[in-house]
Design a protein around this ligand. Structure first.
Ligand SMILES: [Zn+2]
Length: 215
């Protein structure tokens, strides 16, 4: 870290504090089982802070967060970032306003991803909480949440995300089949708002299905 710009270590630590606080909260809500899930925030134009692979998200501390550049190189080569870091980096590179990315594996997210995978998208309509997603100002809108096939090759998932964005469609989040949710925002506050809203909306959609309702 000797070649880091002035203030970099302090900024990394501040990102670590913010990520750890969020991780502990999400774990308490049951959204990060069995060391799954990963979180990141932007340090500067060329680096992000991201959770180290395999750490218990319920006991996260700033020491569980490391710096990587936007090409995925760890600043401290002794540390290994989460397996899905590449999916975070894709969002920071393609959507430069992105300041935080959250990936969770909640029960609702995982079940909904299986249920809607054959259709490939969950069309959210008529929910007041759609307004929690940046750019949506009314319940009377359609918020399309894509469900991409899972893969252990991150490049496969990246290609799906690229294709969606290349088609010019709005994208604030996506599900991966049988896996979980990615969402992001300009900062941790916005990303967290998106995550909480989508978790709530997926729970509502699942309840409607259980009740046999078709609004
Ligand atoms: Zn995952």
């Amino acid at each position: 870290m000797t070649s880091s710009p002035p203030g970099f270590t302090d900024r990394l630590h501040a990102c670590g504090v913010e990520i750890a606080r969020a991780g502990v909260e999400f774990a308490a809500r049951g959204w990060t089982p069995a060391t799954s899930s990963n979180f990141s925030t932007r340090i500067d134009d060329a680096h992000i802070a991201v959770t180290i692979s395999g750490r218990d998200k319920g006991a996260l501390t700033p020491a569980d967060v490391m710096a990587v550049d936007l090409d995925g190189h760890a600043l401290d080569p002794a540390l290994k970032s989460s397996a899905e870091t590449e999916l975070h980096l894709q969002l920071y590179r393609r959507l430069p306003e992105t300041g935080a990315v959250l990936h969770t594996h909640s029960h609702n997210q995982t079940v909904a991803s299986r249920l809607f995978a054959p259709v490939g998208v969950i069309a959210l309509r008529g929910w007041e909480l759609q307004k929690a997603i940046t750019g949506y100002t009314t319940h009377d809108s359609e918020l399309d949440l894509p469900v991409f096939p899972n893969s252990q090759a991150m490049a496969d998932i990246e290609a799906r995300v690229d294709a969606w964005l290349d088609a010019g469609k709005p994208l604030h989040a996506y599900l991966i089949d049988g896996h979980g949710l990615y969402t992001w925002g300009r900062n941790m506050i916005e990303a967290k708002r998106h995550l909480e809203a989508l978790e709530f909306l997926l729970a509502c959609e699942l309840d409607l299905k259980r009740l046999g309702a078709n609004p």
